[in-house]
Design a protein around this ligand. Sequence first.
Ligand code: BDR
Ligand code: CA
Length: 312
Amino acid sequence: MKKQIIIDTDPGPDDGVAILTALGSPLIEVLGICAVAGNVPLPYTIRNVCKILELAERQEVRAFAGAEAPLTRPLFTAEYVHGKTGFDGYDLPEPTMPVQPQHAADFIVEEVMSRPPRTVTICALGPLTNMALALERDERIAGRIEQIVWMGGALSEGGNVMPAAEFNCYVDPEAAARVLSSGAPVVMMPLDVTHKAHVTADRIQRFRSIGNKVGPIFAELLTYAKQFDWEKYGADRAPMHDPTTVVWLLRPELFSGRQVNVEIETVSPLTTGMTIIDWWGVTDRRKNAYVVRDIDAEGFYDVIFESFRRFP
Ligand code: BDR
Ligand code: CA
């Protein structure tokens, strides 16, 4: 049976690559895509979800808008990386497909509760606000979700948006704390993994020469977003964050990690959004997440390109 997944996302090009990797795989059924405010505000993230679905000619997959802002904080965005629209770098046509009237959090609850237990996986590619709202609406979903695979946090890499915090966790730490304490099985893809899966000029060239419409468009989008990272990381390379979640579902043997305790800092002004990961088991706190630390980057890109090749 295909893996049934809901993608919760704030596109952003790396979110786009993750979505297309899932849509292009014959082993995955995407039940719906939920947009959340993150990289850019919600009106852009939901539009970008629809743009990707139309680019992939997959308008039958339903798109849902979710939270416009984090649970308790003002929204912090990343236009300085992805441009105003989140997809600066290539002008995709304005989408015409409808956005579903249901709130993303209600959709998540409905899908998880109406399907057999432990059959629905959530791929969370942005701040966890929609997931936290879904848990608030019906906490029973925690015991019914197969797994929540979240790109977020950092172990020893430090932060990418604050010295101690990764972007998705920093934007809505209260939501991350809510999800991690929910009892749902969580797999975490921190910066320690995504910083080992760089998109290089060679890999961008691989996108460009796929021989379809989708590949070169993503070569442009990634080139735009990565300019910022290339300056930041000082080399012809930048992390490819969000597709790690989808590739984990398809080829878990490409990754390694540990089941550990993860807590989220929500109070300290200096370290808000930091993931406190008990890698060495020095506490007896509940081991609430499988934290991935290593990745076979070549294998990872092979999976992405396998999916990309299936598009028009
Ligand atoms: C995360 O932040 C976003 O900018 C990326 O899409 C990714 O989800 C990395 O910190
Ligand atoms: Ca993202």
